[in-house]
Ligand binder design. Structure first.
Ligand SMILES: [Zn+2]
Length: 346
């Protein structure tokens, strides 16, 4: 990995032209945040806004909402609030591309049993060839981006299949932007922090046109949303945007009420992400010097929702090369076929 100076306020490294750190050690995104007049900051969403939205759809369909459940704290809390706080008629939905951890899946099972909600799980190896291609061709495309395109497309299809008017996700305040839909990594490819990553993913996907397996794969989240809108109308919301609770508060609730546990193995620390995420993180650090987690936590720091020290602690890389190889093995590859031991300069 290339050593780069890190912004003294957030955790983004110096990566010109999109992210550059000035003589005082502060990045352009923190400077921009500083210049923004307080009045133009997004007005906080209120819980009454959320209840108004759900009231428009409640009771009109077999299910009021489809809740995306990854087994992580944020989505488990979203499921809990949907069922217990808002009394919605919930359909829980989990996808597994073959790399979800047993700990995460156990959290989902405990939650749906405890809440006694109908539960769909979709397990598929459909994405394996694409993941393998990214690794084998040493593409700078982001594995989490293509995965997010796959699972959001799948989620919209499930909402359509069961005629559900609202999709509920566990996206946090740090993952809130003005775009119509987010992914787990909140990647808005037009934001400067994601520009190069987003472009690389787009180029990789463009190279799949004409591929018998992936020829019809959407080339972006925007494309997923555009296609979904033509088929079925639904809202995508997260209760976390409207509730004043911090993760510490809702983790205590789901631990007590649903036996939720922190997974033993995940990156960043205290999150719930799949095994393949380790490979995605390793490759992003090699090629860009940062990951979407750095972007997300930097936003939280600027908004005063996380300290820089906490972010640095959670982002510390503590996984081994052996773990990466073990994870990549089912794809028939090693952690970074072309790039192994061979630092990429950009
Ligand atoms: Zn910064």
């Amino acid at each position: 990995m290339i050593e780069r100076p890190i912004c003294s306020r957030c955790v983004l490294p110096h990566c010109p032209p999109d992210i550059s750190i000035d003589a005082e050690g502060v990045c352009n995104l923190c400077r921009e945040h500083e210049r923004r007049p307080a009045a133009s900051a997004q007005a906080p969403l209120l819980e009454t806004d959320f209840t108004k939205l759900i009231a428009q759809h409640r009771g009109k369909h077999e299910f009021d909402c489809l809740v995306m459940c990854s087994g992580g704290k944020d989505s488990t809390a979203a499921l809990y609030y949907a069922k217990r706080r808002y009394q919605l008629n919930v359909l829980a939905f989990t996808f597994d591309h073959g790399f979800e951890t047993e700990d995460a899946m156990a959290n989902v099972r405990r939650a749906v049993e405890k809440l006694d909600v109908p539960f769909l799980t979709y397990r598929s190896t459909f994405m394996h060839d694409m993941f393998a291609r990214i690794i084998k061709t040493d593409s700078p495309a982001i594995i989490c981006h293509v995965c997010a395109i796959w699972y959001m497309d799948l989620t919209f299809r499930m909402a359509e299949r069961f005629d559900v008017p609202i999709i509920i996700a566990g996206w946090t305040k740090g993952q809130m932007t003005n775009q119509p839909v987010l992914t787990k990594c909140a990647c808005n490819v037009s934001a400067p922090e994601y520009a190069r990553m987003g472009q690389a993913t787009k180029e990789f996907l463009a190279g799949l046109k004409g591929d018998p397996k992936y020829g019809d794969f959407p080339d972006s989240i925007e494309e997923v949303v555009a296609r979904a809108r033509k088929r079925h109308k639904c809202l995508v919301l997260s209760p976390h945007w409207f509730l004043p609770y911090s993760p510490e508060e809702y983790v205590a609730v789901i631990q007590k009420e649903m036996g939720w546990k922190y997974p033993r193995l995940s990156y960043p620390a205290k999150t719930t992400n799949c095994y393949l995420n380790f490979i995605s993180v390793h490759r992003a650090l090699q090629k860009y010097g940062y990951t979407h987690y750095h972007v997300e936590m930097s936003k939280l720091i600027r908004d005063g929702l996380m300290t820089r020290a906490e972010a640095l602690e959670q982002l510390r890389v503590d996984f081994s090369a052996e773990l990466l190889d073990r994870i990549a093995e089912p794809l028939g590859c090693r952690r970074d076929e072309e790039g192994a031991g061979n630092e990429k300069k950009d």
